[in-house]
Design a protein around this ligand. Sequence first.
Ligand SMILES: Cc1cc2nc3c(=O)[nH]c(=O)nc-3n(C[C@H](O)[C@H](O)[C@H](O)COP(=O)(O)OP(=O)(O)OC[C@H]3O[C@@H](n4cnc5c(N)ncnc54)[C@H](O)[C@@H]3O)c2cc1C
Ligand code: FES
Length: 355
Amino acid sequence: MFGFFARKGPHRARITTSGDTIEVGAGDNLLKAALNQGLAWPHNCRVGSCGQCRCRLVSGKIKPLNDFSYVLTGEEMDAGMILACQTSLRSDVEIEVALDKPATALSQPKSVGGVIARARPLTHDILEVRIRLDEAMPAYLAGQYAELSVPGLIEKPRSYSFASAPENEPFGHVSFFIRHVPDGEMTGWLHAANQEGQRVNVAGPYGSFWLRDSAAPMLCIAGGSGMAPIKALLEQVSSQGFQRQVTYVFGARTRDDLYCLDEMKQIKARGNGHFNFIPVLSREPDDSDWSGLRGRCTDILSPEAFDLPNSHAYLCGPPAMIDSAIECLSRAGVKSEHIFYDKFIDASHMQGGRV
Ligand SMILES: Cc1cc2nc3c(=O)[nH]c(=O)nc-3n(C[C@H](O)[C@H](O)[C@H](O)COP(=O)(O)OP(=O)(O)OC[C@H]3O[C@@H](n4cnc5c(N)ncnc54)[C@H](O)[C@@H]3O)c2cc1C
Ligand code: FES
């Protein structure tokens, strides 16, 4: 099924599960072509690290752009599973994949120039970065992300989740919450000095982390800058009039790592008893007067406190935190198809770094 010397394309991919057919150009990977043609193909990192774009090659020849075994198990590969973001086509193919069904049609991603209009510290290591765009971006869904690059300086894009629901942004602007990663190129540049006025490129929207239509209780868990897409989702739930019970557990080390507390209060006030925000601190000094919960955010997920088997979970933040939350929720009976997540993967989680 893997073909290294076959014709380079363009080729066609027929999606057996939906009947869609897409054209995949010679220089494109399967995921990129699918997103450009408006298919809601599940994905997160787009660089071969998260496994969310996995699909099954039913027939035809492909060329792997990276080693799938970094993410897929031997069993999955024996069953014909591949990663769409790491696949180019060598012939017409048939693919089996469970496409998502967002309530609104997805926008085709596009790159737009802009200027950093605001860079405001939210905590000691998280900046709010607001960008004034030269022209409107394609409409995004709360929970999705964009890719940011700095022309002439940092050309390899980094992914950042939109920090507000689209209707809450001033016209022609987008905002992100960006945490400083030690030795990170983009975040080092952003945090080293005030970069207001600098030109940047914003490409998107990307990502499958949007709100699923449901009245099920919603449990959100985030840490660090994972606040950004969860806040956007909460703003959407709030503007829809809180038709469901929502609990948001935010994990932080100390009180200095808490932020957006006023925004959470406002959402709670609008929630009319349907919204509860629970910050949990893992390293707050014992002698501080913090009267809230302590420990890891997964420590508090007891079946007595939450209707877990009937809940939908939305998780966002560092990969290790997400993995441990998924494990904990699965053990507590949350169905895997009701766990939605975005892992904030950086170069240290990528096979061979950022290529
Ligand atoms: C879908 C998605 C959404 C995201 N949303 C957000 C968000 O809203 N907010 C946010 O703050 N972050 C977010 N991220 C993370 C973000 O995209 C960046 O990865 C992060 O900001 C780090 O970028 P950087 O350029 O500063 O660091 P990088 O230069 O990418 O480096 C990151 C770390 O990896 C190390 N490293 C570099 N190369 C290698 C190598 N070859 N091997 C091992 N280690 C290496 C570096 O020393 C550093 O410690 C998101 C990620 C994804 C995938
Ligand atoms: S989107 Fe393909 S592996 Fe993450």
